[in-house]
Write a protein that binds this ligand. Sequence first.
Ligand code: NDP
Length: 390
Amino acid sequence: MRKVSIFGATGSIGQNTIDLIARDPDAYDVVALTGGANIAQLAVDARRLGADLAVTAYEDRLDELRAALDRSGVEVAAGQAALTEAASRPADWVMSAIVGAAGLAPGLEALEQGATLALANKETLVCAGRLVLETAEAHGARLLPVDSEHSAVFQALVGEEIAAVERIVITASGGAFRDWPLEDLANATVEQASCHPNWNMGQRITIDSASMFNKALEVIETREYFGVSPEQIEVLVHPESMVHALVGFRDGALMAHLGAPDMRHAIGYALHWPDRRDLPVERLDLAQLGQLHFRAPDEARYPALSLARQVMARGGLAGAVFNAAKERALDLFIARKAGFLDMVAIVETVLDRFEGSSGLLDATMTLDNVSETDHLARKWADDAMIKRAG
Ligand code: NDP
């Protein structure tokens, strides 16, 4: 039996992962499941899958989790340190599906144990790409992409040399506001930004799709994971979300990966890699679809994309700053303290402030330095919002 752990088990990716694992219960021994505020779901799944351990990120929810798992035989724990401890428990395959920078520490710990880390949490590579890749290499651990675009590129590269790659094209649906008049974006609400045209995902990534911060993170993730130069990465708006990515080779060939917008494809590929197994996903009927559409992204509509280019050019801890400022700006938007367009302005202001503070972005990339940078960037995001509001 394969020992597996799922971090962020109660979320959209976590539940899709559980859906696949629960279809073949004799094949998996579930070590740890983790969640945040959704204690009821965590407890149901921990019982159903017979997990050894269930962890909530919130210490003040421990009693509730303990009560929900009373007489189940499942060990319970809470808090950030408990999440990292859960990641230190031996597992063959670990799903990293916590949302945000909170996924970094458990992911690093799992790599230190030599586990195969299925990476949905793109923030891990954006905040600390070099540290993560070096940790994986030092411990003989494998990192498998779960983001649909990166899984698609990974699949298109099977049997190919990265040196033969000319460009990588990742697609974007364009999010909730792709056809809105630009002048309306300033007044876009949280509810409007939370409706994705094609994918059913957690609220944060859905809003990040509307602003293209999600795609900006994915461009940086592409650079870190595949080691190509920023100039080799392109973004293409593709409203149907059927083509997930394309890899262009030096001979002009372009390999596209197509599939229905269902995350169980990318999760299942990472779960069964290097094999391919049957997956319960829709099969595309291209004749019925008839046509697919593509267009270049409008930089005026999606300024987050040029910020991603700035971050890649800067290097160092700029990715950690970008992600943390983005996370805080998103918190403020969801709390109705910032408008939709304030988010990009806040992130830009924080990046500029770090750039102007000599040495901060060039500190050594350790987990402690990334965490400190993350905290400061969140604080400076609040400062930037206060200044805008005042
Ligand atoms: P969700 O918001 O649906 O789920 C997030 C998970 O993380 C939940 O289990 C949540 O617990 C938990 N969580 C929230 N805050 C914390 C914290 N501070 N510490 C520990 N755990 C926490 O997110 P998604 O599943 O949509 O996304 C997860 C990750 O995967 C993100 O990095 C996202 O960018 C990436 N991704 C998602 C895709 C998708 O289709 N959803 C596609 C590709 C990538 P609880 O709900 O119990 O509070």
